[in-house]
Design a protein around this ligand. Structure first.
Ligand code: C2O
Ligand code: CU
Length: 470
């Protein structure tokens, strides 16, 4: 299945001459007529730091007509947003009221191995598990989702995904857009049957499952009303396998609205990055600030997608923002956002290689299929380590490592683009490319996985595990 179209590299599309106006208004007029829904914030059951969620079947109004059956946290999709505070631990009790094994991973969170949602650390139907989340890391946009061995793709597609946001007092002091102006956006693609069932086909393992319709926070092509001021959007590519290359187009003119990238997977960047486009592979998060201040009322701004994926039809647009009212803007985006830990090559005490490839008919890391009983790599807690990720296949693979955030040293020998110079836990490694990451495992020892975040690749065991020892 590989090599269908080797240009799936999300960074490559700009070079293909796709930057013009052809992406502006190709979606039927009836799109963008449904309001965006924001997931509810989960309230702690003890009024403090203990939360409870129940995994169960439910429905979600994804498009007009019949509500789509889902499996969700508290039976809703997206799951309730959990808002934690840096330095203040919480617990989340997950009760499985569904009929399949699940395990829940908090993506990007530094947690003990027994709370990490290891692929066979099942919560059996009718049972519960308490996950402990220390929140001992910089604030940022994270997400919790199912991680069950071999079936993560189907489970996440069914609805087992929600935002986990860590607020950080240091971040609050910056006066970035907050409250109603801080909006999480879960970007996915789905395919619908005539009765509004969401169709999934786990056999689509080549490029991974691709839908033909954009769904944002569980709503097909929504619109969101905004005021003439700055907003922070927490973008999460929660698609099974699709990459997005996002731009914001003003009205029908195709004029790009510039925006600022302020955070990557693990939290704030050192400084905002001004851009007009942003590529995101599955599992990645970027927080952006968009200023609607200079736009006339009723202007529509389209979140467009110029990425081409070999696994499904192009999806030219995700949602629209409608400038609906005048407002003043007390928020700011300071020129310095955070002090980021950035390891240097000279700091490294250990090195290892991870190959991403297609061998003997399936996706593999270091030529192996995932075996939960085997430790593939032994790492030392506290040692600054460089991993060289060699992708010799023609497709991009989003490489995700558990436990820590890493820095990207280089991609094909070049320094990473500015938005990738902060804290990352998922890196889109372009086809036929080599990337190097540098990190220090810290906080916990134990067994942690790393894998491709194209969920069908992960489910086909494009995953290994690391034994982290003190
Ligand atoms: Cu978002 Cu190991 O996964
Ligand atoms: Cu992959």
């Amino acid at each position: 299945p590989e090599d269908v179209q080797p240009n799936e590299n999300p960074g490559a599309d700009g070079a293909n001459g796709n930057g013009g106006n052809q992406f502006i208004q190709p979606v039927a007029d009836r799109a963008f007529s449904t309001r965006l829904v924001l997931p509810p914030t989960l309230t702690p059951t003890d009024g403090a730091d203990a939360y409870q969620l129940t995994i169960k079947a439910g429905t979600a109004q994804m498009k007009p007509g019949r509500a789509t059956p889902i499996v969700g946290f508290n039976g809703i999709f997206p799951g309730p947003t959990i808002i934690a505070t840096r330095g203040r631990p919480i617990s989340v009790t997950q009760t499985n009221a569904w009929n399949e094994n699940v395990t829940i991973h908090n993506h990007g969170h530094k947690v003990a191995a027994d709370s990490d949602g290891h692929p066979i650390d099942y919560i059996a139907p009718g049972t519960s598990k308490v996950y402990s989340y220390p929140n001992d890391q910089p604030g940022g946009t994270f997400w919790y989702h199912d991680h069950t061995m071999d079936v993560t793709g189907r489970h996440v597609y069914s609805g087992l995904a929600g935002f986990y946001i860590i607020h950080d007092p240091a971040e609050d002091a910056l006066h970035l857009p907050s409250g109603a102006y801080d909006v999480p956006l879960l970007l996915q693609d789905k395919r619908f049957a005539a009765n509004n069932d969401a169709i999934f086909d786990e056999r689509e393992i080549g490029a991974g499952f691709h839908g033909d319709t954009a769904v944002v926070n569980g709503v097909v092509n929504p619109f969101h009303e905004v005021a003439t001021r700055k907003y922070r959007f927490r973008l999460l590519n929660g698609a099974n396998a699709r990459i997005w290359n996002l731009r914001l187009n003003v009205g029908g003119s195709g004029t790009p609205l510039p925006f600022q990238v302020i955070a990557s997977d693990g939290g704030l960047l050192a400084a905002p990055v001004n851009t007009t486009s942003l590529a995101m592979g599955p599992g990645e998060r970027y927080d952006i600030v968009v200023d609607f201040a200079n736009l006339p009322l009723n202007t529509r701004v389209t979140m467009a997608n110029t990425a081409r994926s070999p696994g499904g039809p192009d999806i030219p647009a995700l949602m629209q923002f409608v400038v609906a009212r005048q407002e003043s803007d007390p928020s700011t985006v300071p020129a310095t956002l955070a002090n980021i830990t950035r390891y240097k090559e000279a700091d490294a005490k250990a090195r290892a290689n991870v190959s991403l490839s297609f061998n003997n008919g399936d996706w593999r890391m270091n030529g192996r299929a995932y075996d939960p009983a085997r430790i593939d790599m032994v790492s030392k807690l506290g040692a600054v380590t460089i991993w060289t990720l060699t992708n010799d296949s023609g497709l991009m693979h989003p490489f995700h490592k558990h436990l820590i955030e890493f820095n990207v040293l280089d991609i094909n020998g070049q320094p990473p683009p500015p938005e990738m110079r902060g804290l990352k836990d998922t890196l889109s490694v372009p086809g036929r490319s080599t990337a190097r990451i540098i990190f220090k495992n810290e906080g916990f020892s134990g067994t942690y996985v790393f894998h491709c975040h194209k969920l069908e690749h992960e489910d086909h065991r494009m995953m290994l595990q690391e034994g982290i020892i003190p």
